[in-house]
Design a protein around this ligand. Structure first.
Ligand code: FAD
Length: 371
């Protein structure tokens, strides 16, 4: 078994898979994944949405710079579309003026529409609930599995090595080399990329690197059956301007969330029934939709540092330790631009011009800001 590499990437979620796919084109790259399959944790548990007006400003830049990839993926990357258009309807209820102003200040291309127009798009809208409604036509559903598999295939095609069941248990640094000890064996590389999702600070501490203050936050999604609503598959995603609930059609059902964000330790997450009940209640307050029972539910961890922006770049005090964590609730929709940016930084090359033109400032994502 080959043990010496140029880069060792810890974690085979969307972050690790996508950055590794770029780096493997010209380097020997190893991904170590603790689970028996890549994508088991947060990547496999998202709402699969592309929302270019959702998130803090640096994440918006990375998301907007990813649009072209989703709509026109490179030849051979995927056998089916990655992006399926679905508008998003932002709803502002009584008392949500401040949240509306915040949304409008950072958004591009939102159309304010009347209650009548909103009801034509979303016939279940409860009359009188919505004080202002905004339509985002640039949003859509993403095929996360295809995206993730596309990056892993690209990685393997150019000679990248992925080991599953290879939990990293110890990391040491000497003479310019990181020694990464996993349940599958020991591997060395001058550069380690920490793409361990919710476990990002656990990996840092293991390597003797100061943590960045990453907090995993649980989000729960309930899936409810839809009976007797013709054409519901075409409903837009519906979301509150204050980010207190959202719902959208998915795979013949409706997913609903109270947009919960409960701080927890990294673990194999599960849904919080109370949070789902709150989401259902808010959905039924804003609409006339009747939820009779839950089909199933799931939970996942969205991980954040205090300013809510991703953490990308070499640690300022530990040579060869590269951060790629803190994607929060935007790690799928930003993955194409984020992975190109991260790979360029890990290779000490210049940042892709289109990403800078989309408005990204490196100081907003570099770990140095957190020291
Ligand atoms: C409910 C929910 C809805 C979401 N909706 C959206 C959405 O609509 N759009 C969007 O863009 N984003 C969304 N997100 C966010 C998105 O899913 C994440 O930002 C993204 O998946 C993070 O990817 P990751 O690779 O960093 O993490 P992960 O997928 O968790 O990958 C990290 C990997 O590291 C591995 N690992 C950890 N420790 C070790 C170790 N010691 N050794 C080896 N491997 C290790 C883990 O097993 C895991 O596979 C949502 C998230 C949730 C939970």
């Amino acid at each position: 078994m080959k043990t010496e590499f140029d880069y060792i990437v810890i974690g085979a979620g969307i972050a690790g898979a996508s950055v590794a796919a770029h780096l493997a084109a010209s380097h020997n790259v190893l991904i170590l994944e603790m689970e028996d399959r890549p994508g088991y944790h947060t990547t496999g548990r998202s709402a699969a949405s592309y929302e270019p007006n959702y998130g803090p400003v640096p994440m918006l830049a990375l998301t907007r710079a990813s649009a072209d990839f989703f709509k026109n993926p490179p030849a051979g990357f995927t056998e089916a579309p990655l992006f399926m258009p679905r508008g998003s309807l932002y709803l502002a209820a009584e008392g949500e003026e401040a949240a509306t102003e915040y949304l409008l200040a950072k958004s591009e291309g939102l159309d304010e529409i009347s209650e009548l127009e909103a009801t034509e798009l979303l016939p279940i809208l409860r009359p009188g609930y919505t004080k202002r409604a905004f339509l985002d036509k640039a949003t859509g559903d993403l095929d996360v599995d295809l995206l993730h598999r596309g990056y892993l295939r690209q990685f393997k095609t150019v000679g990248g090595v992925l080991h599953s069941n290879a939990e990293v248990v110890a990391i040491t640094h000497s003479a310019g080399q990181w020694m990464v000890d996993s349940k599958l064996g020991k591997f060395t590389a001058p550069i380690v990329i920490n793409a361990a999702g919710a476990w990002g600070d656990v990996i840092a501490k293991m390597a003797g690197v100061a943590p960045v203050g990453l907090v995993p936050k649980r989000r729960s999604i309930g899936v409810v059956p839809v009976v007797g609503y013709d054409g519901f598959e075409k409903w837009p995603m519906m979301m509150d301007v204050a980010d207190s609930w959202y719902a959208k059609p998915q795979s013949g059902k409706l997913i609903v969330s109270s947009a919960d964000a409960t701080p927890v330790d990294p673990h194999d997450a599960y849904a919080d029934d109370m949070a789902i009940a709150e989401g259902v209640e808010r959905l039924m307050t804003a609409t006339t939709f009747e939820v009779t029972h839950l089909d199933h539910s799931w939970g996942g961890l969205r991980s954040f540092v205090p300013d809510g922006n991703v953490v990308v770049g070499f640690d300022p005090s530990e040579e060869g330790f590269f951060w790629l964590v803190g994607q929060g609730g935007y790690g799928i929709q930003s993955a194409p631009a984020l992975s190109r940016t991260a790979a360029a930084m890990a290779e000490r090359k210049s940042i892709p011009v289109d990403v800078l033109e989309a408005g990204l400032k490196i100081t907003h994502i570099h770990p140095e800001r957190l020291r």
